[in-house]
Design a protein around this ligand. Structure first.
Ligand SMILES: Cc1cc2nc3c(=O)[nH]c(=O)nc-3n(C[C@H](O)[C@H](O)[C@H](O)COP(=O)(O)O)c2cc1C
Length: 150
């Protein structure tokens, strides 16, 4: 089983922290889509897309990558998001995009991430300390479920 996690994490590195933790647990190759060359998906069996949430959605570079990606039938795809506000499922629009691309979507993980954007910065930020050890434990639990799909 070959796994890859492609991530975008431009605010506080919150998503990077989760993506690195998952990449260790799987194990998986890790690519920062905002800094590195877009990877070739062929040869991977499990592919994760991980992003901070910016204006209710994934980072544009990751969305753009997914829009242009070709998925093979055997490839399983999962999503990861970190966000300031915890009660909205921000992966839904990307799930829809994956369905349109006929990708085999197998699940998503979301947790809160320290957020100092805009007004939140003036009050010291929200979701301080996240992703915290409990979030990472939940991420590990999620990844164990993902591994069963291989
Ligand atoms: C420009 C910007 C827009 C954001 N928009 C949202 C949002 O719509 N909903 C939300 O819950 N969090 C929002 N956040 C907070 C981030 O999603 C959160 O801090 C996330 O963990 C950042 O991940 P990162 O550190 O990996 O970039 C926003 C942050 C920034 C910088």
């Amino acid at each position: 089983m070959k796994a890859l996690i492609i991530y975008a994490s431009v605010h506080h590195g919150n998503t990077k922290k989760v993506a690195e933790y998952m990449a260790d647990a799987l194990p998986a190759d890790l690519v920062d889509i905002t800094r590195e060359q877009a990877p070739d998906l062929s040869g991977y069996d499990i592919i994760g897309f991980a992003s901070g949430v910016y204006f209710h959605s994934f980072h544009d570079s990751l969305k753009h990558y997914i829009q242009n990606a070709d998925f093979e039938r055997h490839q399983k795809v999962f999503l990861v998001a970190t966000c300031g506000v915890g009660y909205i499922d921000y992966t839904k629009s990307i799930q829809k995009l994956l369905r349109q691309k006929n990708a085999d979507y197998i699940g998503s993980f979301q947790c809160r991430g320290y957020d100092t954007y805009g007004i939140w910065g003036k009050i010291g930020g929200i979701a301080k300390g996240h992703p915290n050890p409990k979030d990472l434990k939940n991420a590990e639990y999620f990844i164990k479920g993902i591994v069963k799909h291989r």
